[in-house]
Design a protein around this ligand. Sequence first.
Ligand SMILES: *Cc1c(COP(=O)(O)O)cnc(C)c1O
Length: 388
Amino acid sequence: MEKKFGSIFVDKARSIYGNEFIPLHRPVFEGNERQYLIDCIDSNFVSSVGSKVDDFERKIAEYTGSKFAIATVNGTSALHTAAVVCGVKKNDEVITQALTFVATCNAISYIGAHPVFIDVDRDTMGLSPRSLKLFLESNAKLCRGVAINKKTGRTISACIPMHTFGLPCRAKELSDICTEWNITLIEDAAESLGSFIDGKHTGTFGTVGAISFNGNKVITTGGGGMLITDDADIAKRAKHITTTAKTPHPYEFVHDAVGYNYRLPNLNAALGCAQMEKFTEMLEIKRNLSACWEELCKNEKVSFVKEIDGHISNYWLNAIILDSAINRNDFIEYTNKQGVMTRPIWTLMSNLSMFSDCLKDDLANSLWLQDRVVNIPSSVPNGCLAKD
Ligand SMILES: *Cc1c(COP(=O)(O)O)cnc(C)c1O
């Protein structure tokens, strides 16, 4: 059966993308990218100061319905900054999912805080509110308004769920639990620009959201990231520490903290401005594509991972769930040999050497998904975007 689905799948991919090698996700530059890059070069503003950075921040704030947006060099630095400005300290515990890209845990570790891995829901592949509640009820207590892990004695200062492949997790429920426990909610929205829950953009359910514009993401600035928040103080502090904590002055160099050189260069932001002009159209094309993949899976022993009711996914990376681990590996091997890129979901963070000692719950769904989920080609096909 796996061979059969493999070849049906490859035929479909060829009919969508043609006969060349088919990557998982390629960037599309069919708008004003070239022009805006030239504008930067002609103006000499190619680095961390310039109008394109401000424009790009405004565009993302407006699109996500956030009061503030602060651009950074990549999504990892946005996450790191988010954790710092939310007050995560060395030796704190930060709850996250084991089923994520390593950057989520790296950002926590840069501070010297400890990731704690809680299971995901099978349908959203994002942090499970039920598992979070269970973990806190059996392991934590509130001491003068601070959540403390009863076994380790450490402060649980933040929770960082992730919107896997653009599918929103149950952020509202997570937000309610975090509020009850006085834990700061930071959303890793690196993969979910264009994903909404009941009309509200992902990344806006907690104190801060972090977005990535890496080359493989739904839109790209080459490398880039963004913090989004409604909190003026958090926004101010994020801007400050991502720009070397320099105090404003026309010529003196005074810095009032150990800051970071995390500001997104104007050149990269120029790409982002052009990409945003095409974004709504790109999302529509991606939605049609995902419907195509879903249709293909209908009569097979394969399920397409779909957004749940009330959620809108950007379908950044389409994902399918195969029967068993054995079928999965056959399928991946076969399709890649045919020049159609497919990839298994990440190895759980709890299985990586640097995080193997971290606290975790049973991770039952995470383990189940780890053995079955495969990402399939998800790019906007060539020449689909309307010409200007
Ligand atoms: C891409 C990604 C990041 C990091 O973004 P970079 O821009 O690559 O640093 C963080 N978290 C998740 C879940 C991601 O997919």
